[in-house]
Design a protein around this ligand. Structure first.
Ligand SMILES: Nc1ncnc2c1ncn2[C@@H]1O[C@H](COP(=O)(O)OP(=O)(O)OP(=O)(O)O)[C@@H](O)[C@H]1O
Ligand SMILES: [Mg+2]
Length: 237
């Protein structure tokens, strides 16, 4: 469903991603992990079309994405959340979803929005001011809701579980799996918490300094000495 071939991204002198080749199959839930600054968010930005790669190719559903704008990619079925929740100010929760749906799916479908609000436990909050009236979990749920309003086939989640307490994390992780089943999604999940990756993802890819250093089951990759070193900061060892 998604294929990256030798993708690199440089920001000035910083190589945020170097020669990344990665295939994600339809229906997969892939965990994307790695230390701060490893290039995880940059990967999402390249796939969703925030900026083009310095080199390499990205194909979605068998077709090269080329330089297609981010809204075109949304309409092809690529949805994502942002690491820092970005609700539209002055708008309610439901209005935020409406705008995301207009932009990403190019239509209005109130029944789908009702279902999204229900699944994400936001129905009671739908008329609340999104910028000021939500608890942290609800802000995260809204971020996921906006991505779902786009009607994605691929959903990319950037630390939506970050900062939540263990019990909230478990509950929200369960919600994400329900959402995945309901909408038949392929998911890529960026997450620092190893336990969460183990629970949600049959496969994990580890980035370090912009390169893939491991790809396999969570059990295998988190035992990999190079991965352990990358997390303890002893990258040169
Ligand atoms: N728009 C940008 N302009 C310049 N440099 C950038 C930009 N985005 C990312 N970088 C740099 O690219 C590298 C990778 O950053 P990225 O945000 O992808 O890491 P990350 O793995 O998501 O980290 P974190 O876990 O902290 O979110 C970092 O060195 C970062 O400073
Ligand atoms: Mg990031």
């Amino acid at each position: 469903m998604l294929a990256l071939e030798s993708v690199s991204m440089n920001f000035g002198g910083v190589a945020a991603l170097s020669d990344v080749t990665l295939a994600v199959a339809e229906g997969e839930t892939l965990g994307l992990v790695g230390p701060n600054g490893a290039g995880k968010t940059t990967l999402f930005n390249l796939i969703s079309g925030v900026f083009p790669p310095s080199s390499g190719r990205i194909a979605f559903a068998g077709r090269p994405l080329g330089r297609a704008a981010n809204w075109k990619r949304a309409r092809q079925g690529i949805g994502r959340t942002f690491q820092i929740p970005q609700p539209l100010h002055e708008l309610t929760v439901r209005e935020n979803l409406t705008v995301a749906q207009r932009f990403g799916a190019g239509k209005r479908d109130e029944a789908r929005l009702d279902e999204i609000l229900e699944l994400l436990d936001l129905a009671d909050k739908q008329h609340v001011d999104a910028a000021h009236g939500l608890a942290l979990t609800e802000q995260k749920a809204l971020e996921v809701g906006k991505a779902l309003a786009v009607e994605p086939r691929l959903l990319m989640l950037d630390e939506v579980l970050g900062g939540l307490e263990t019990s909230a994390k478990r509950a929200f992780g369960g919600t994400l799996m329900t959402v995945k089943e309901r909408f038949g999604l392929t998911m890529i999940v960026i997450e620092h918490d190893i336990e969460t990756i183990r629970t949600l993802c049959p496969r994990a890819v580890v980035l370090n300094f912009g390169r893939i250093i491991a790809d396999g089951t969570p059990e295998a990759v988190f035992r990999d000495p190079e991965v352990v070193r990358s997390y303890t900061g002893d990258a040169a060892a």
